[in-house]
Design a protein around this ligand. Structure first.
Ligand code: AMP
Length: 195
């Protein structure tokens, strides 16, 4: 928590819901497993509830939201958006990195079996938790997710263009450590007087 505000990843929220042995959990799992977007009505309901919590009063970072124009429009009514962080990486790097990504089941720390290996195979350096591969990080589902991303990103960028400042981070290198991107993004936030 470098900025003292919560980082809210809608994907994490949906993965948690999908673990529950309920009808709703099973429904969400169906979308995640196939790399499809969860319908807007559900996403908006979940996000609205999360943003109404006390810890969001001083601000928040959204990760993975908005993914559609409808979601962007709803967000406008819920909060003021101060900046958009745009990560620009060639598609082949995205595919390589997602397919070798591993995540700690306990603390959520992210590793990569090719570029950011844990000291002990399958075990989190930070908490000793077990590492797992996301169900949607398979080549077929990654392809599906990227197709949806390509389709939705352009209208979203047009929607925000000129309205909200962008902090752009680009990389053409497959093994850039996460800290490099974080440092550059923090600089961008500082320039906008947001950190
Ligand atoms: P992510 O962790 O951001 O890659 O999201 C994983 C999956 O969760 C996506 O492929 C969707 O199925 C679902 N999801 C996460 N955020 C959204 C969103 N804003 N709108 C629709 N579906 C979402």
């Amino acid at each position: 928590m470098k900025l003292g505000i919560p980082a809210i990843a809608t994907g994490d929220m949906f993965r948690n819901i999908s673990k529950k042995d309920s009808k709703f959990g099973q429904e969400i799992m169906k979308y995640i497993k196939n790399g499809e977007l969860v319908p807007d009505a559900i996403v908006i309901n979940v996000l609205r509830k999360r943003l109404s919590r006390d810890d969001c009063r001083r601000g928040f970072i959204l990760d993975g939201y908005p993914r559609t124009i409808k979601q962007a429009k709803v967000l406008e009514g819920l909060a003021e958006i101060n900046a958009i962080i745009l990560l620009q990486v060639p598609e082949w790097i995205v595919i390589e990195r997602l397919s070798s990504r591993r995540i700690c089941r306990t603390c959520g720390e992210v590793y990569n079996i090719r570029f950011l290996r844990p000291k002990k195979k399958g075990t989190c350096d930070k908490c000793g938790g077990v590492l797992y591969q996301r169900i949607d990080d398979s080549p077929k589902v990654i392809g599906e997710r990227l197709t949806i991303y390509e389709k939705n990103m352009e209208p979203l960028l047009a929607f925000y263009n000129g309205k909200v400042p962008f902090i752009k981070y680009s990389s053409n290198s497959i093994d850039t450590p996460p800290g490099v991107a974080v440092a550059e993004i923090l600089q961008g936030l500082k320039k906008l007087k947001l950190s």
